[in-house]
Design a binder for this molecule. Structure first.
Ligand SMILES: *Cc1c(COP(=O)(O)O)cnc(C)c1O
Length: 398
């Protein structure tokens, strides 16, 4: 047998307990309800959703009802067709690959996720960024989508192949007004992609209302799924091109694969737990988006409490319209400089209070997400921060 230390792979345990309060920015929307944990075990094996695959594609499987599910997801998002993808990143790759030729230009907001930039790079595209307003609100200057489209046109003689807007960005949690951008896209006749990785599945998102051609979601980020799984929804107008089926033929064998969708890996690799948990969580997700207002109320309360700490300032738009937010925390940074463990003191103090998710070593700026926490849990978080502040002689307003 090959010599590898295998013991470290046995009895894997997560360091963060299930009973902890988790404020990790990327994790709140991906927590499974109990019914999905059951589905997770039921479909734990690799290709377990493929027992009755008659068409050679996971999105066409009827038992379990994945075919219905794709239709229902499209309906939920008010789009015409939906597919499952390897994450929101896979959905972006699919759209970029389907809609562009090497050398084309795409326009992105300057707070787009790295996966948007990489989707462009992988397809040999030029990127034009729409700037943001800078400190402290970091709002994307949406009107400038038109300027960037004009710029691309005058430089290359062609319109951009597509424009992409991040609905809520991963850094400041700012909610952008996609209607503004969809109007610009429509005026120029450029396809409009909305990256809703942080919104669809946690808050109401209506594709037609927002005027988007492509709507992208993330199962493990915002649809209470194990993942990796993403959602790509589009309109009838773009469905044929985006979900084009294979035309290749083997030069010797004559083999062909006419059911397989070229830009979505033939059959997207989301069999088993990713799709099973996404599906099992769907009733929970459809219900929970209706309670978004309560989530916003809770995060606003926490921001107010945290800003009682000396020199704590929330970054990004005010007031909050999303549960993910960043804070600058220079008073804690000062404390960290005097500590042996430096920036890790905050992480460790929180850990002692069974609160996880603040990036280890970070004290200048922190980022957290309150989505789905109860009011009591959020109060515990506020109290923990207040206690830690007092412990290190940082003032807390009464
Ligand atoms: C997290 C995130 C992604 C990546 O999502 P995956 O589903 O993990 O691929 C893409 N875009 C945005 C805006 C994100 O916040």
């Amino acid at each position: 047998m090959v010599e590898i230390d295998l013991d470290k792979y046995r009895n894997l345990e997560r360091r963060v307990g299930e009973d902890w309060i988790n404020i990790h920015p990327i994790q709140r929307g991906g927590i499974l309800p109990s019914e999905s944990r059951k589905a997770l075990l039921e479909f734990a094996n690799g290709y377990s959703t493929c027992d009755y695959c008659l068409e050679g594609r996971v999105d066409l499987v009827k038992k379990p009802p994945i075919l219905d599910f794709a239709e229902d997801v499209a309906k939920f998002l008010n789009m015409d067709e939906a597919r499952f993808t390897p994450g929101a990143r896979g959905a972006q790759r699919t759209v970029f690959e389907a809609l562009t030729e090497p050398g084309d230009t795409v326009v992105l907001d300057s707070l787009a996720h790295y996966t948007s930039y990489l989707a462009a790079e992988a397809n040999d595209l030029n990127v034009k960024e729409v700037p943001h307003s800078g400190y402290p609100e970091f709002k994307i200057r949406l009107d400038e989508y038109a300027d960037k489209i004009e710029e691309a046109k005058s430089e290359t003689g062609e319109l951009p192949a597509l424009i992409l807007l991040t609905h809520v960005d991963y850094r400041y949690g700012n909610l952008t007004d996609s209607k503004k951008v969809s109007k610009i896209a429509e005026e120029y006749g450029v396809p409009f992609v909305l990256n809703a990785a942080y919104t669809s599945g946690v808050m109401p998102v209506d594709g037609k209302e927002l005027g988007v051609d492509f709507l992208i979601g993330s199962g493990h980020k915002s649809w209470a799924a194990s993942g990796p799984v993403g959602i790509l929804a589009t309109t009838y107008e773009h469905a044929d091109e985006t979900f084009r089926t294979s035309m290749i033929q083997g030069s010797w064998s004559g083999r062909s694969f006419t059911k397989k969708e070229v830009y979505n890996y033939g059959c997207p690799p989301v069999f088993g737990p990713p799709i099973a948990t996404l599906m099992a969580s769907f009733p929970h997700v459809v219900e929970r988006v209706e309670r978004w207002d309560e989530e916003v109320e809770k995060v606003r309360w926490l921001v107010k409490e945290l800003e009682k700490i000396e020199d704590f300032h929330q970054l990004g738009e005010r007031p909050r319209r999303h549960t993910l937010f960043s804070l600058e925390t220079p008073s804690f940074h000062k404390v960290s400089k005097k500590r042996k463990r430096r920036g890790f003191f905050l992480h460790e103090e929180l850990k002692e209070r069974k609160i996880s998710g603040v990036h280890p070593g970070m004290t200048k700026q922190i980022k957290l997400n309150t989505y789905g926490l109860t009011k009591e849990e959020i109060e515990e978080v506020a109290n923990a921060f207040h206690d830690i502040a007092r412990k290190y002689d940082v003032k807390v307003e009464e």
